[in-house]
Every structure is written in C-alpha cells, then in structure tokens.
Design a protein around this ligand. Structure first.
Ligand code: NAP
Ligand code: MG
Length: 402
C-alpha cells in the first residue's frame, strides 16, 4: 500500500507522563502505517523545559506560527510538588499558557459522542461546545504575597506618561494580590472566532460573564461581543436560523443544565478551563473531549482537553497495566492532520482522518473500550481493555476500512 504523502510538516509537541507513553503508540499503530508522517518535533517534557529554561516552549509556539498547524500532547504545569519530584530549577509557567499567549485565540472543546454512553445530564442530546478565550486574565497575571499588607493600588502609565490610578484596598494584614488584564483586540477576535464557529457548526452561541459585579472588565467583554455581533453577524445568524445572546454566567450555567445541547457556550478563559472539564465529564469522560486552539492569525493547535493522567502513570511506573483512554489524543492527531490536509489540498489525508475517527467510534460502539468508558456504557461493554490493546483494536477496525 502506498502511504499518503504530506507537503508541510506538522508541528509535533510532545509532553509528559502517561500521555507521553501513549503518544508514540498512536503514531506507530494508527498513523504511520498509512501516512508518510512529516513532523517537526518539540519535546516539551518537563525535563527538557527545565534544561532549556523553557525556551523549547517558545520555540514550539514559533514553529506553529511558521507552519500553521500543531498537535500538542498534555504537559505538566509544575507546582511545588512537581519542582521537588523532578528537581526543577523553578515552577515553570504553564506551557499552554505560554503558547496561547503567543498565538492568542480561542479554544473550542467539543465532546465526542457515542451511542452506548449517555450523558449524565439526561436532557443533553447534542454536543455542548465550550469556546474558551485563550488569552489573558488569570493565565497572564502578576501576583504578590504582601506579608505586611500595605496600600494596594492599580496603576497604568500610557505612552504619553498619563497615569490612571485606583486604590483597591488598604491592607492591614498579610495578603495575596493579583493583577490581570485583557486587550480589546483579543476580546474582539474571541467574539469573532465564536460567531464564526457557531455559523460553521450551525448552533446557537451563548455568552456569559459577570458584568453586574465587574462593571469595566466583564462589561467590556459583553459590549464588544454585542458590537461585533450587531455589525458583522446579526444578518448571517438570522439567515442561518441561529441565535446569539448574552446573560450572566450563573444564568447560563442554569440554562445549560436544562438544555438539550447543540450550543456553543462562549466562556472567558477561567470559566472555559473549569466548565469544559465539567461538560466533558458529564458527557462521559475527560478523555472524550477534543480541543483546538483557533488563532485570529490563522494558526491551529490541536490537543486533548485532559492532563497527563498522573495517577495512571505512577501505576505504569510500577509495571502495572493501565486502561488510560487515548481517544482525545487520537482526535488531536486527526484534527491536526485534517487541517494540514485541507490547507495543503491533500484529499487522501483528509479522508484518512475521517476513517480513523470512525474506526475509534465503531470500536467503542462495538463494545470494546477502556475502563473509564466501561463504567458508563449501556449496554454493558463486551470487552474492557488496557490502553495498548485498545489501540490495537482500533488499528484492526481501521485496517478493515482502508
Ligand atoms: P488529568 O491528567 O486530566 O487526570 C485527572 C483524572 O481524570 C485522572 O486521574 C483520571 O481519573 C481521569 N482521566 C483523565 N484523562 C483520562 C484518560 N485519558 N483516560 C482515563 N482517565 C482519564 O488531570 P490531573 O491528574 O489533575 O493532572 C495531571 C497533570 O496534567 C498535572 O501536572 C497538570 O498540570 C497537567 N495538565 C495538563 C493539561 C494540558 O497539558 N492540556 C491539562 C490539564 C492538566 P481516574 O484516576 O479516576 O482514572
Ligand atoms: Mg482545565
């Protein structure tokens, strides 16, 4: 069989722990038998980031800006425990935070539905897509521990030397403080990205924030969404028969729980981080959530929404087999390869990614799955498998389709 040829390399960004164990298996067993895989590899494993003083993370983001499409594995964001565990020089910043700050953009997370796993929320019939703003807020903050308290002010000096200053609080005791920002251009492109995605998927777009409490910050989000919508999207939405509305985040949460799904829920950065995990878990498993960063500059980064599955990795290190679910990682690869195929006009590559995704779904719907899915599956799973066996089963299903 002749392998599918690629024109432009895909930026391949490797990560840590259990997902690092699964990564080469996915490539070797599911992709490389059919595709003459061309990638530019960046190792964002925690040791390499530490060795390079995190330069490798910046290099990988620059590579995505050079080639346009990347696929990223899950990576450890070090906390105090990780610094000890891996003897790190310091608590490096979140690689996702660094990459997203460079690319800007919005992360769209969409659950993969299969007919033998019903969502926990009984009204949900269609996917709920979370559109997470990927720039700024708490992910690009400055923080101080003020052990003696003090006068806490916020101050901006513009390029002409004009100063705006506000007192936040007179702190009389040890306190923690944090400064965050966002930019009008990033919020505007967040709004555009969400409206474009809603049109593409033909689903309503709901946006929620807290403008009643945050009368400048969150209100600006609300107003910019409104302006972009009225100027550029109102007519297109009417023609498509879809709607946009804004309401308070608490109200959105309540509406989501009662909806039948089939909506794009636009979320500020932190809300999207947290809510996408809730949505993913309620649809079945964190491992069934796809995630893509769409940058306003035309770059795409595909990843899994879950982390490095640390607990499973510790079992793996002890020599135990684990039933870690590779589906979201596989869909990160298919998403990235499909986008590469579309950009480079390689129809065979696009078709291949659809076949691989269908092979994954057919395998699960045929009753073969990892443990996280087996506990939710109805009718009962026929065969509960370890990660590598599951990848082999998918490879068999795929082989029949090719
Ligand atoms: P996690 O890796 O998402 O795992 C949390 C739990 O969810 C697991 O213990 C497991 O539950 C379940 N789970 C997640 N993915 C699964 C899969 N593919 N198959 C089966 N079960 C799965 O989150 P974490 O343990 O809190 O974080 C571990 C590390 O990942 C941290 O260092 C964090 O910084 C990093 N992280 C990275 C990213 C990213 O790079 N995108 C995102 C989040 C977290 P059971 O144990 O019950 O089986
Ligand atoms: Mg999260």
């Amino acid at each position: 069989m002749i392998k599918i040829t690629m024109k432009t390399p895909l930026v391949e960004i490797d990560g840590d722990e259990m997902t690092r164990v699964l990564w080469p298996l996915i490539k070797e067993k599911l992709i490389m038998p059919y595709v003459d895989l061309k990638t530019e590899y960046y190792d964002l494993g925690i040791k390499k980031r530490d060795e390079t003083d995190d330069k490798v993370t910046v290099d990988s983001a620059n590579a995505i800006m050079k080639y346009g499409v990347g696929v990223k594995n899950a990576t450890i964001t070090p906390n105090e425990d990780r610094v000890k565990e891996y003897s790190l020089k310091k608590q490096w910043k979140s690689p996702n935070g660094t990459i997203r700050a460079m690319l800007d953009g919005t992360v769209f997370r969409k659950p993969i539905l299969v007919n033998n796993i019903k969502p926990t929320v009984s009204t949900w019939k269609k996917p709920i897509i979370v559109g997470r703003h990927a720039y700024g807020d708490v992910y690009k903050n400055a923080e101080i521990f003020a052990e003696n308290g003090g006068k806490l002010e916020i101050c901006v000096t513009d390029k002409n030397g004009n100063v705006k200053r506000e007192t936040i609080m007179e702190l009389n005791e040890a306190s923690i403080v944090q400064g965050v920002h966002n930019t009008v251009s990033s919020i505007t492109s967040f709004a555009r990205a969400c409206f474009e995605y809603a049109l593409d998927q033909k689903v309503d777009c709901w946006f929620g924030a807290k403008d009643t409490i945050s009368k400048i910050y969150d209100q600006k989000f609300k107003n910019l969404f409104d302006e972009v919508f009225k100027k550029e999207y109102k007519d297109k939405f009417e023609k498509s028969g879809i709607q946009y509305f804004y309401t308070l985040i608490d109200d959105i949460v309540a509406r989501i729980m009662k909806s039948e799904g089939g909506v794009l829920w636009a979320c500020k950065n932190y809300d999207g981080d947290v809510m996408s995990d809730m949505v993913a878990s309620a649809f079945g498993s964190l491992a069934m959530m796809t995630s893509v960063l769409v940058s306003p500059k035309g770059y795409f980064e595909y990843e899994a929404a879950h982390g490095t599955v640390q607990k499973h990795y510790y079992k793996y290190l002890k020599g135990e087999k684990t039933s870690t679910n590779p589906v979201a990682l596989i869909f990160a690869w298919t998403g990235a390869l499909r986008k590469r195929g579309e950009l480079d006009n390689i129809k065979d590559l696009v078709d291949f990614t659809v076949k691989l995704e269908n092979a994954v779904i057919d395998t699960i719907e045929g009753g073969i799955m990892t443990g996280d899915l087996a506990i939710l599956c109805n009718p009962k799973a026929k065969k509960v498998v370890y990660s590598e066996e599951f990848i082999d089963e998918i490879a068999n299903t795929l082989n029949k389709k090719m």
